[in-house]
Design a protein around this ligand. Sequence first.
Ligand code: ATP
Ligand code: MG
Ligand code: FE
Length: 336
Amino acid sequence: ELVLAFESSCDETSVAIIENGHKILANIIATQINSHKRFGGVVPEVASRHHIEQVVGCLEDALNEAQVSYDDLNAVAVTYGPGLVGALLVGVAAAKAVAFAHNLPLVPVNHMAGHIYAARFVEPIIFPALALLVSGGHTELVYLAKPNSYEIIGETRDDAAGEAYDKVGRILGINYPAGKEIDRLAHQGQDTFNFPRAMIDEDNFDFSFSGLKSAFINTVHHADQLGKELNHADLAASFQQSVVDVLAHKMVKALRKYPVKQLILAGGVAANSGLRERIKSELQDFEDVSLLMAPVKLCGDNAAMIGAAGYIAWKAGIRADMSLNAEPSLEFPLKK
Ligand code: ATP
Ligand code: MG
Ligand code: FE
């Protein structure tokens, strides 16, 4: 069974064709990073225009690469939120057009559920599961009691971890998105600055990264004023160690409270090598919990993950009609 999937929530236009929810026949990703780089972040109007220019080509490429025609498809899945409204609308309009023209069911997918289902390309998800979801706009612990059930048990109160990576990168003169380069630098340095680990001992599953970002910026500015150049590798290592410590700590706390069968690590920041190593080692203390990490290549935005989540939703009868709209602030249900 084949699902055609669209993703256009931010700065990647992506179209995928997924077989039986876990086999990638095509996953075309047109990134706009080069257009946003010089602004140090994603410019919404620029993003929308790029999606419009790219989406039809991505669709044609996906069908070609998968060697399938519209008649072979069983459903159309699409990200309808959260994300930039003008960007989301392009994918939603394209998905509706294909669904309408070819009389296929239209399946609405939450972008963050998609990130979780990137892990499905490694192995099936075992429920109940806990997801540590770390991306450019979100940092959440999500409890999955069963398929299509997502409950946030903790989340960031200010910046997302990926956002902090990108802002700190800017201070070091690293191009957006800075996560990958900071990760590389961190491996060449030491945690010499001992930045704050916000909320680490608090009795909740929430996060905060804006204090860490400010501490980092203040440290660099202070040194600048004294005419001192700090070691970038040590700065990167110290920043990363703080992020990883807090994420790992809260994840462990959540695993103690929610007995789950699986821990899923997903989202753009899940590509981080320091985080992956740390989570792997923490999980050794939880014999009954298996670890499922999204493949590094599928941690960033892509339509394959939307196809995987969409397949599960389609099987559960989740449908949208032609009135489907973009929901820029779409959220999982909150349980606190
Ligand atoms: P959201 O998914 O919350 O809507 P988004 O789609 O913009 O936001 P993603 O595509 O999931 O975010 O992830 C992009 C983020 O991941 C960027 O902030 C980027 O810096 C970060 N990132 C990518 N690779 C790494 C890495 N190796 N280490 C740390 N961060 C990374
Ligand atoms: Mg992106
Ligand atoms: Fe994303």
